[in-house]
Design a protein around this ligand. Structure first.
Ligand code: ADP
Length: 226
């Protein structure tokens, strides 16, 4: 479903970021990408999101050659993916409900769907009782769960989470990971980057370890070994 085919990336200033990466990720996999800062994890995600172009090689998503897409098609292509960020990126003056509903409005979904889907998703991320709370009335973990709700509300094929627990304490980290696992079990592919050894080791899922732009390990039931 996701295929990095001999992908290399050298940034315009000459910095090498990826060297000959070949990775295949199947539908419904849960994959953690780990590695030191500067290893190339974010660059890899940017390739998939069509935010950066490879210097060599190709990236495929389903049957789409990502970097052959016309500029006008990139916006629609990205709707196949739900993004989760370390810093949550919620709209501060909108409630949990409104933050999630806004993503549906932006995608042009009708009001009756919004009214039925948002409460369902709020329950899925265990925030049914906090629908009317603003981000500053929620813990970091709760904010991240709103962000996950927003990422899945338009039924993407894959959730891409860049250090989703980077700003969270261990209890909130655990809750966020449990939600990501639940979403994965319901059938969505999940791709996360993380530095968190505990998260990776508890997961028992595939771990791809990167170092200086290369994949140095790819374990089906991996541990964090750096
Ligand atoms: P990670 O996410 O694992 O920390 P990155 O993908 O952000 O790694 O970075 C990989 C390498 O590419 C690093 O050496 C980084 O400094 C460099 N890099 C990242 N973005 C840019 C950019 N826009 N221009 C030049 N170099 C970059």
């Amino acid at each position: 479903m996701i295929y990095f085919d001999n992908v290399s990336k050298i940034y315009r200033d000459g910095t090498p970021a990826l060297e000959d990466i070949t990775i295949a990720i199947q539908p419904k996999e849960f994959v953690s990408i780990v590695g030191h800062s500067g290893a190339g994890k974010t660059t890899l995600l940017k390739m998939l999101l069509a935010q950066e172009r490879p210097t060599a090689g190709s990236v495929f998503f389903q049957d789409i050659d990502v970097h052959a897409l016309a500029a006008s098609a990139v916006h629609f292509y990205r709707r196949k993916m739900g993004m989760v960020f370390q810093d949550f990126r919620l709209i501060p003056n909108k409630t949990a409900y409104e933050n999630i509903a806004f993503a549906m409005e932006a995608a042009g979904r009708p009001d009756d769907e919004i009214e039925s889907d948002v409460p369902y998703i709020l329950n899925l991320v265990d925030l049914g009782s906090k629908a009317n709370h603003f981000p500053n009335q929620l813990s970091g973990g709760e904010q991240q769960r709103v962000a996950i709700g927003r990422a899945i509300i338009n039924q993407p094929d894959v959730i891409i989470a860049d250090e989703p627990t980077g700003n969270l304490d261990p209890i909130n980290t655990y809750e966020v990971i449990e939600i990501l696992k639940k979403i994965n079990e319901l059938g969505t592919t999940v791709l996360i980057t993380t530095h968190n050894k505990g998260v990776v080791d508890a997961m028992g899922k595939r771990v791809i370890t990167m170092d200086r732009g290369r994949v140095i390990r790819d374990d089906q039931q991996g541990h964090y070994i750096l």
